[in-house]
Design a protein around this ligand. Structure first.
Ligand code: SF4
Length: 211
């Protein structure tokens, strides 16, 4: 773990420090920690085994926005200092954009698009990805959406739609989509999409700018 001559208490204090926890918090019971402190304690615990990869499932869920920023910056700091990789699972696009190099979009538990963060946010090629980005709230009371970005409800996993599983909700659906499941198609070195009719790059960018 830490230096060979250190005691276990020294190691714990060093890990807590790395995770941004003050030493006086180490004597507290878990229920006496705030949400942000508990998240930092979980990070410190994960660091104790010197991981090459940390999987974080909704790491900022339930935290105030200011606390979220602290936890995410902690991840970036750990990544840079220890060369630790992070696999983060989140519904929060702002979080994904802030900390990720690559993004994988899943629908009904299957990958529908993957690419660098810049590619995904600049020009999403799958209609579901585009709908997700268009669903982000715009802090302008005058802004009104002409139509919802996606239609219908999420289907049951026990009754997956035939063909493209997104087709009952897709605004770009065509006949082929209802019967034939799309293959994963490589669009470039790092970008792939599972759609028969990927959005055109220029159209996606124009629509985002207008949205
Ligand atoms: S395959 Fe068809 S239904 Fe599925 S996302 Fe692409 S356009 Fe929409």
């Amino acid at each position: 773990m830490q230096g060979s001559g250190s005691t276990r208490q020294d190691d714990i204090a060093a890990l807590a420090l790395q995770a941004g926890l003050k030493p006086d918090l180490l004597a507290r019971f878990p229920h006496a920690l705030s949400g942000g402190q508990a998240r930092r304690a979980a990070v410190a615990r994960a660091l104790s085994v010197v991981p090459r990869l940390i999987i974080a499932d909704e790491p900022t869920a339930g935290l105030d926005v200011s606390v979220q920023g602290g936890v995410l910056n902690l991840f970036l700091d750990i990544r840079d200092r220890h060369d630790t990789a992070f696999l983060m699972i989140t519904h929060n696009l702002a979080v994904a954009r802030h900390v990720s190099d690559r993004i994988v979009i899943m629908y009904l538990g299957r990958v529908v698009e993957s690419g660098t963060t810049a590619e995904i946010f600049r020009a999403p090629r799958h209609p579901y990805t585009k709908a997700l980005l268009d669903s982000e709230p715009i802090p302008d009371p005058k802004h009104r959406r002409a139509e919802p970005p996606v239609i219908g409800e999420v289907p049951s996993l026990a009754a997956r739609p035939a063909g493209c599983e997104f087709h009952p909700r897709c605004r770009h659906v065509r006949d082929r989509c209802r019967t034939e499941a799309p293959e994963d198609t490589q669009l470039g070195d790092s970008h792939s999409v599972r759609c028969h009719f990927p959005l055109e790059e220029t159209k996606a960018v124009t629509a985002m700018a207008a949205g």
